[in-house]
Design a protein around this ligand. Structure first.
Ligand SMILES: Cc1ncc(COP(=O)(O)O)c(C=O)c1O
Length: 387
């Protein structure tokens, strides 16, 4: 039996695979320090769970409208306005089963055979696969540590062709933690607007931002940007709700309607009672988000300082998300070889940069407790001495 050709070049998510390998080693009793996680280690805040329990008790368990419940779309519209200076009416908002599905929906709805999508690397590993699944071509723009892992407007313009249909911007970014400034985004938007190129702006890590960095929503920059941009966000990272599978997007009405139709034929709708939890997340105090960010920041400082003191490792200090992308170029090993040996010899799990399009780096997540980070950094340091 032959599988569909669209799956020929698709590989399973390496980050999920490494994370589950680390989790199963832990379950077997192996003392693994895992920096592979792509999710907060915190529990979902109580008031969010409470609202969901109430929804279940009230039998709020049936299909909802495919784009999500009206009160949640209303709350997202309000959040976009007040936090991001974005005008999306509720009808321009689609709630999905995670920001991952929001990205996939946006890509499926907007690009296809013969189109090119520009993706700055290192990238979140699902973007190129989604683009290929949509039948389009991923055009990778390599960024450098020297430029803080950011694509310039010139890099973008140089990668464009008459077939370019979309560019993906992910700020704060996974795996680099890079945060684009307003000026940098404005320059990219100008290039996109000149050629009417769509912008998929994945802002899922918006609340996990440190030091002086400020989050800027691409669609808020100019009216042209608003017309060309699909803004993706979600509940997983800010509210520690990865398993709830809830994300959302805001898009110009025509695109939003197409995505609604697409979603109505795939998942029907997001989970009903989980949406009530998400509503509570948006409409209650945001202190829980600030508390988690504060904790992430302490870990970021510690991990960065430890990595910076290791002679063969270097890293750009991330300004957002909960990852550090560290260069292992001086060690002369491929990222997979390094990560495999680190796991088997020192019981430390990291994600090889090859998964993100850069074979000279590894990604370490600091969404784990400080005690594990301390122990893991000791092990990593000792391991590097043996190479
Ligand atoms: C950049 C980026 N976008 C989207 C997602 C997906 O998040 P969700 O859990 O909402 O599907 C992730 C998760 O790792 C991510 O890193």
């Amino acid at each position: 039996m032959e599988l569909a050709s669209r799956l020929a070049n698709i590989t399973p998510s390496l980050t999920l695979a490494i994370d589950s390998k680390a989790k199963s080693l832990l379950a077997e009793g192996v003392n693994v320090c895992s920096f592979a996680a792509g999710e907060p280690d915190f529990d979902t805040p109580e008031h969010i769970k409470e609202a969901t329990l109430q929804a279940l008790a009230a039998n709020f368990t049936r299909y909802t409208p495919s784009a999500g419940i009206p009160e949640l779309r209303e709350a997202i519209s309000h959040k976009f306005k007040t936090e991001n200076n974005l005008d999306y009416s509720p009808s321009e908002i689609i709630v999905s089963n995670g920001a991952k599905q929001s990205c996939f929906n946006a890509i499926l709805a907007c690009v296809g055979e013969g189109d090119e999508v520009i993706i700055p690397a290192p990238y979140w590993l699902s973007y190129p696969e989604m683009v290929r699944l949509a039948g389009a071509e991923a055009v990778i723009v390599q960024t450098t540590a020297a430029n803080n892992w950011k694509m310039t407007a010139d890099d973008f313009a140089n990668a464009m062709s008459p077939r370019t249909k979309m560019v993906i911007i992910n700020s704060p970014g996974n795996p680099t933690g890079a945060v684009y400034t307003k000026e940098e985004l404005r320059a990219i938007v100008e290039v996109a607007a000149d050629e009417e190129i769509l912008i998929l702006s994945d802002e899922i890590y918006e609340h996990l931002i440190y030091d002086e960095a400020k989050h800027v929503s691409v669609a808020s920059l100019t009216p042209e940007a608003r017309d060309l941009t699909i803004t993706v966000n979600g509940f997983s990272k800010a509210y520690a709700m990865t398993g709830w599978r809830l994300g959302y997007l805001g898009a110009p009405l025509k695109i939003a309607q197409a995505i609604d139709s697409l979603q109505s034929h795939s998942t029907s709708a997001p989970c009903s009672f989980a949406q009530r939890g998400a509503l509570a997340a948006l409409t209650s105090s945001q202190q829980c988000v600030a508390d988690m960010r504060e904790e992430f920041n302490i870990r970021r400082e510690y991990m960065f300082q430890r990595l910076s003191s290791m002679p063969n490792i270097s890293a750009v200090k991330p300004q957002g998300a909960f990852y550090i992308l560290a260069s292992i170029a001086k060690l002369g090993l491929s990222s997979s070889n390094f990560a495999d040996r680190l796991l088997s010899k020192a019981n430390v799990a990291v994600v090889p940069g090859i998964a993100f399009g850069d074979d000279k780096t590894i990604r370490l997540s600091y969404a784990v407790g400080l005690d594990i980070i301390k122990e893991g950094m000791d092990r990593l340091e000792n391991f590097c001495k043996t190479l």
